[in-house]
Ligand binder design. Structure first.
Ligand SMILES: CC(C)(COP(=O)(O)OP(=O)(O)OC[C@H]1O[C@@H](n2cnc3c(N)ncnc32)[C@H](O)[C@@H]1OP(=O)(O)O)[C@@H](O)C(=O)NCCC(=O)NCCS
Length: 150
């Protein structure tokens, strides 16, 4: 798997020391893309429980991030792939996905739940639609957005 070129205008931090992260800024980015129901302290805790994290900065401002939740060997999931709308369309999302994926060697299952509308993005990066995955919907919105009609 060949990684896309890094954009030299930005700097990239794979698995940084998470004590230095501006979690309010991370929360702000979630809000900007309309993932509203997040709490800064809980985000911090969740990122700290993750297997890998990747942050992209413009100067000292976080402009994109993503993470992997995995067990180190068998199962891993990409999560929270987010690019500030002001910086979308510059290849940062592709870089996040490819770079996180390249961290996952020898896993049995690597998957993700695409946000509604992001199908084309993941397909363009070579991801395949999984025919055998199931979800236990955490409410009517997920039932509507992520489940087959019965
Ligand atoms: C989806 C997201 C991460 C893409 O980030 P990005 O930095 O804009 O992506 P890139 O610039 O690397 O784009 C890569 C390609 O995917 C395409 N693409 C981007 N978003 C897309 C979408 N929602 N649907 C279809 N194609 C998309 C781009 O047009 C581009 O195609 P090209 O290479 O032919 O020009 C970003 O739009 C985002 O943060 N969205 C909100 C959160 C989200 O949906 N996250 C992903 C789901 S978990």
């Amino acid at each position: 798997m060949t990684l896309p070129e890094k954009n030299p205008s930005y700097h990239y931090q794979l698995n940084p020391d998470l004590t230095g992260i501006d979690w309010q800024r991370v929360l702000e980015l979630f809000k900007k893309i309309n993932w509203k129901y997040r709490v800064a302290q809980e985000i911090e805790k969740a990122f700290k429980m993750s297997t890998s994290t990747l942050f992209i900065y413009d100067g000292d401002m976080i402009i994109a991030f993503g993470r992997i939740v995995g067990d180190g060997r068998y199962y891993a999931m990409l999560a929270d792939v987010v690019v500030d709308p002001a910086y979308q369309g510059k290849g940062l999302g592709s870089y996040l996905v490819m770079a996180l994926n390249s961290e996952l060697k020898n896993y049995h299952f690597v998957n993700l739940s695409a946000a509604p509308g992001a199908d084309g993005f993941y397909k363009s990066l070579g991801w395949k639609k999984q025919t055998t995955s199931y979800i236990w919907p955490q409410g009517p919105k997920q039932l509507r957005q992520h489940c087959e009609k019965e």
